[in-house]
Ligand binder design. Structure first.
Ligand code: EPU
Length: 428
């Protein structure tokens, strides 16, 4: 086990490059199961969730190579091997194996997914979709059993706008007989990316990126080549850290359209932001003004940037209310930021942040992926040294973070925890 040590207050400058989108990657990789011949995906992030998924594809007989962001999956020998335990429980996105294996083999056994603890994260809408397509779905001892004699297209209205359910139903429906219509579908860019891969494989999906998706089932999907979209959450994290501790930072490899809600909020705070074709420049931010944020489904302000943004708000003058309508309990970072001298409290579904305050380095723990990002940003802003544990969460979603931030002039490094520190961590 390791900890991350950050010496705060270093001026950060230069260019930082964004990798492929994690939340797209975790669906693209399982989607390869549906093909009959090799699929190559370029630009994948080197994060633990992707290594875990590639291990799962190997467990079911896939042949996988992954080097320099390029993954090739040969699904020819894959079988419907049950995966009730093991790696599936370590990440949320293992639920995409349900849709992909059901779509390909008409059966699957997948342990209920793990991932970040952000409060309740049900998968009832995924299951509603699978059942509408004709699958029998049961939960036996913590694993979901799916089986269908035949999958038939259906009209499915999602009661909750869900990224995971929208993608999972697409995966299960691409080879179903007839037409599937997903109504009240999520519109996130990652959904368009997955639909693009599937269409390149031969699927017939229309309307991805709108709230009605139409899928005409096909008999066979073939291999193809696909380049993933940039990670708008990693890009947003870098824009926020540039506003928090930067003296002029170019965030490279972005789709500026995906960043509009964040760009608007940063400008509202007085952060200088300039938009290029595939780069965004964030200038040195002074005299920041507190702004309220409310997370919403895309194109609203993303829940995945709420925690990093909360860290930035400690530098702004005034009081800000941060409300998460997607995950109302996603506030585990608040106590840790308070250890670093932040003035903030949770009130119902919101956190109230008052500033400006000078953050001080402290020993803190990342409870989940984006809480980890918030602590890294706080550590870069703080006076003194911050020590962050719980790095396994950060490693799930940010590749080469130490190298990337060092290239901007940050002083940070990873250290192995002593036995005493490990024991302390385990005892809570
Ligand atoms: N929901 C239900 N029933 C369902 C599915 C979702 O009630 O069957 C609820 C959830 O509890 C939540 C809301 O609907 O309140 C939205 O959840 P959604 O299904 O959209 O989330 P997800 O697919 O499980 C993905 C990302 C999350 C990101 C959310 C929202 C992956 C693997 N995860 O989760 O990413 O926060 O969409 O955009 O793609 C992260 O990257 O840190 C992360 C948590």
């Amino acid at each position: 086990m390791e900890k991350l040590k950050i010496v705060g207050g270093r001026p950060l400058k230069g260019t930082i490059k964004v990798d492929g989108a994690k939340n797209s990657a975790v669906a693209l990789v399982p989607a390869t199961i549906l093909a009959e011949s090799p699929v190559t995906i370029d630009g994948l992030p080197d994060i633990s969730d992707i290594h875990m998924l590639s291990g799962l594809l190997e467990e079911i007989g896939g042949r996988v190579t992954f080097e320099d962001g390029r993954m090739t999956v040969d699904p020819a020998d894959m079988v419907a091997m049950p995966l009730p335990n093991g790696k599936v429980k370590k990440l949320r996105a293992s639920y995409y194996l349900m849709g992909a294996m059901l779509g390909k083999f008409k059966k699957a056994v997948i342990g209920l997914p793990g991932g970040c603890h952000l409060g309740p994260r049900p998968i009832d809408q995924h299951i509603k979709g699978f059942e509408a397509l004709g699958a029998e779905v049961t939960n036996e001892q913590g694993a979901i059993y799916l089986r269908a004699d035949e999958l038939r297209g259906a009209k499915i209205y999602l009661d909750v706008v869900s990224v995971g359910a929208t993608i999972n139903i697409m995966l299960a429906a691409v080879k179903a007989k007839g037409q599937t219509i997903i109504e009240n579908a999520a519109k996130e860019p990652e959904i368009i990316d997955v639909a693009t891969l599937l269409n390149n494989m031969g699927a017939k999906i229309k309307g991805a990126g709108t709230n009605v998706i139409r899928i005409d089932g096909v008999d066979k999907l073939d291999g193809c080549r696909h380049t993933i979209i940039p990670d708008r959450i990693e890009a947003g994290t870098f824009m926020i850290l540039a506003a928090a501790a930067g003296e002029g930072i170019v965030v490279d490899n972005v789709i500026p359209l995906h960043m509009e809600s964040l760009t608007a909020k940063l400008r509202e705070m007085n952060v200088p932001v300039e938009i290029g074709d595939d780069q965004i420049f964030v200038g040195k931010a002074e005299h920041l003004k507190a702004v309220d944020i409310k997370t919403l489904v895309y194109p609203g302000f993303p829940t995945d940037l709420q925690q990093p943004f909360t860290a930035l708000l400690t530098k702004a003058k005034g009081s800000a209310v941060v409300t998460d309508t997607i995950y109302p309990a996603r506030f585990k970072h608040v106590d840790e930021l308070r250890r670093m001298n932040a003035t903030m409290k949770v009130e119902g579904r919101s956190a109230v942040v008052s500033g400006p305050v000078k953050l001080c380095g402290a020993k803190v723990k990342a409870s989940d992926l984006r809480a980890g990002a918030a602590l890294v940003i706080a550590g870069l802003m703080a006076e003194g040294i911050t020590e962050i544990t719980g790095l396994e969460h950060i490693d799930r979603g940010y590749s080469n973070l130490v190298e990337k931030l060092s290239s901007l002039g940050a002083e940070l490094w990873r250290e192995t925890l002593s036995e005493e520190e490990q024991a302390q961590l385990k005892s809570g």
